[in-house]
Design a binder for this molecule. Sequence first.
Ligand code: AMP
Length: 457
Amino acid sequence: MGFDFLGLSEDLLSVVEESGYTTPTPIQAKAIPAILQGRDILGIAQTGTGKTASFTLPMIDILSEGRARARMPRSLILEPTRELATQVSESFEKYGKKSKLTMALLIGGVAFKDQEQKLDRGVDVLIATPGRLMDHMQRGKVMLNGVEILVVDEADRMLDMGFIPDVEKICKAMPQKIQSLFFSATMAKEIKRLTDKFLKDPKEIEVSAPASTAQTITQRLCKIQGGEKEKRVALRQLLDSETIKNAIVFCNRKSVVKIVKKSLMVHGYSVGELHGDMAQSIRTETLAGFKNNDIQILVASDVAARGLDIPDVSHVFNFEIPNNPEDYIHRVGRTGRAGREGNAFTLTSPSERKALGFLIKFLGKEIELHELPGQEAKPQRSSSKPASKTASNPVDKNREAPQAKKQQDEKRPIESRNSKPREEKPSPRHNQQKDQIAFGMTDQVPAFLLRDEPKKK
Ligand code: AMP
């Protein structure tokens, strides 16, 4: 079945065709006709399923009739993170290019003034993170009594981030008769309570089991004898032995993100960091650098794990077992997108035995072991991919293929590296080199970035 049977306008069908989509994804096939009929939706779907288009496309058609009034948006899309909100606004721009709809993006880390000016002119579509929206509401800059359609996206992520009370307050500020669309990868009790309260006879659409990863992703577990330092060595071994196009390295805490990023930088890798406490401009810049391959390795906290649509990530590395086993699915899901092959390596040390046990239980299966040189050999060798490959890194075609561990230490997947790295000790000389390759922040890390990540609720 093509898009023609879903009830979308000719304009939208032509935009969809230009986007290269020929067949609606399962959630699009089910949600679009129901939304066009005015029904509430409860979509149990992960990112990567095409859910953004499943709500943006029909919204564009529904909102094409009518006019926006100052400070009274006609629709509201709530997203848990600034990156997701930005991504959805990009989708609106792409799909809505033949419409005259106006849009505003209300996210933190950006000046209020521009956002207020847009609100004053009146917007059809408001895309916001809960915190910034509440700020604008409290300042009297936005009123929600003109909202006709509400989307709460990634509700489970909202829950993890402690946003549910804000979401509830925002829902209460809406008129009674609105169309509500809720999307969540899982249905925790708290989300069920919310949807029971705010959705009216919703059409329930479930498109993928939450505890599954794409078949195209090769998943491996590396047991590391030691702690964080040994893991950093192991990570470099993996980065050197795998054919890396680009990679995301996930850590559980911001403090570890910073240490791992700094360590990789000292060792000459092309690396950036992404976590919740960074200035928005630097987050956006870093993400753009990663998307256009200026940055090859992105070290990130879970803020980057869900939803980010970077179509072609070759490798994901879990520097630690995630605190929440579901985050494993989301992290690993950053690779192997849209049917591509992907690789996910999880590093684990003896102190994480309990967390590993939880993860295996959650996944319902073991993760195949991957041996690294220097790590205690298991009696039987796993049937996983060989520890080192001979193919050179596609990003740096001038590099020789790594052949032996000694040589591996001298190879880094970036062209700018020209000296042998030293073990974890930055020196002024290296800092100078860093300035050439650093993206975003260098050594001048502001104090606020060094604070510990707040505990998840
Ligand atoms: P999402 O789940 O909304 O993050 O979408 C994941 C990716 O799928 C995005 O890169 C979309 O551009 C892409 N996409 C959405 N709908 C389709 C479709 N019908 N056919 C092919 N790709 C799609």
